[in-house]
Design a protein around this ligand. Structure first.
Ligand SMILES: Nc1ncnc2c1ncn2[C@@H]1O[C@H](COP(=O)(O)OP(=O)(O)OP(=O)(O)O)[C@@H](O)[C@H]1O
Ligand SMILES: [Mg+2]
Length: 259
């Protein structure tokens, strides 16, 4: 789905119309956003939508990935109709396939690869997919939190709107642990993507868990992933206990089905 480049002043379109609506127009420019989600819930797809919206809004994006080789990400983006390679050639996107230690390496007067890339394309947006790879650095939790807090602050100073993704191990159930490092406290906004088991089927759901400085839709909404990417529209009206692990239609809804 393509969205208008025109977002309200001070907002950065997420690239997904339904999510923009949940947020009253998009992320706040310059904020750090965590997209936390179970496997396959659309974290990377949302990162690509956000990148595509940046191209439309004339806001270049640095896209950092630890998971993919460039060819893989070009292919996955192409499948959704996004020509990442030509955006790169036009200087609208800079793809950085790197390692977490390289991202954390910048300190003192010496700018690292991330800051260099941001300055090189005049990036207004940044995607890091995914923070889960920082686990492989084997740092103590408090040390990692200090490092990530420093990184978030550097990004705020650079003025980029940042989307970082992180995996949630739980597939369904009431309790979700977002991160060992308190990432959810270091960022301004948290978008939760998770599964809801609905009468024997796993469906994907999105919730805006936190949105510093703005009002937002507090409902869970259904996430659809398809050939053109992500769409977020319907809520779970008429369904009860959606986060408990096995949601059911309310008594009223079931009764309605019998009439
Ligand atoms: N053409 C399509 N039609 C239907 N569903 C699709 C299509 N393309 C992708 N998907 C869905 O999108 C999911 C993958 O999306 P994405 O890679 O964005 O998720 P992710 O949260 O980043 O996954 P991971 O946890 O592996 O990083 C697939 O599991 C599939 O359910
Ligand atoms: Mg992914």
């Amino acid at each position: 789905m393509r969205v208008d480049a025109d977002s309200p002043k001070g907002r950065a379109s997420t690239g997904v119309q339904g999510l923009d609506r949940m947020l009253g127009g998009g992320f706040f420019q310059g904020d750090a956003v965590l997209v936390a989600g179970s496997p396959g819930t659309g974290k990377t797809t949302l990162g690509l939508h956000f990148t595509a919206a940046g191209v439309e809004a004339d806001e270049p994006t640095v896209y950092v990935t630890f998971e993919y080789l460039p060819q893989q990400i070009y292919r996955d983006a192409n499948a959704k109709g996004w020509d990442l390679k030509s955006w790169e050639e036009d200087g609208k996107v800079r793809l950085l396939c790197t390692t977490p230690d390289m991202v954390l390496a910048e300190s003192g007067a010496k700018a690292g690869i991330l800051e260099d890339a941001i300055r090189a394309v005049g990036a207004k947006r940044l995607v890091i997919d995914s923070m889960t790879h920082f686990e492989f650095l084997g740092m103590e939790n408090h040390e990692m939190r200090t490092q990530l807090s420093g990184l978030m602050n550097r990004l705020r100073l650079l003025g980029v709107t940042t989307v970082i993704t992180h995996e949630i191990a739980e597939i369904v159930g009431p309790a979700v642990r977002i991160s060992e490092w308190g990432l959810e406290f270091l960022v301004d906004t948290v978008i939760l993507l998770r599964y809801v088991e609905l009468e024997g089927e796993l469906v994907k759901a999105c919730n805006v868990l936190k949105f510093r400085g703005g009002d937002h839709d507090r409902r869970y909404r259904r996430v659809e992933l398809g050939a053109t990417g992500m769409s977020i529209e319907a809520d779970f009206a008429g369904i009860e206990d959606i986060t408990r692990g096995s949601a059911r239609r309310t008594v009223q809804e079931r009764a309605r089905g019998l009439i």
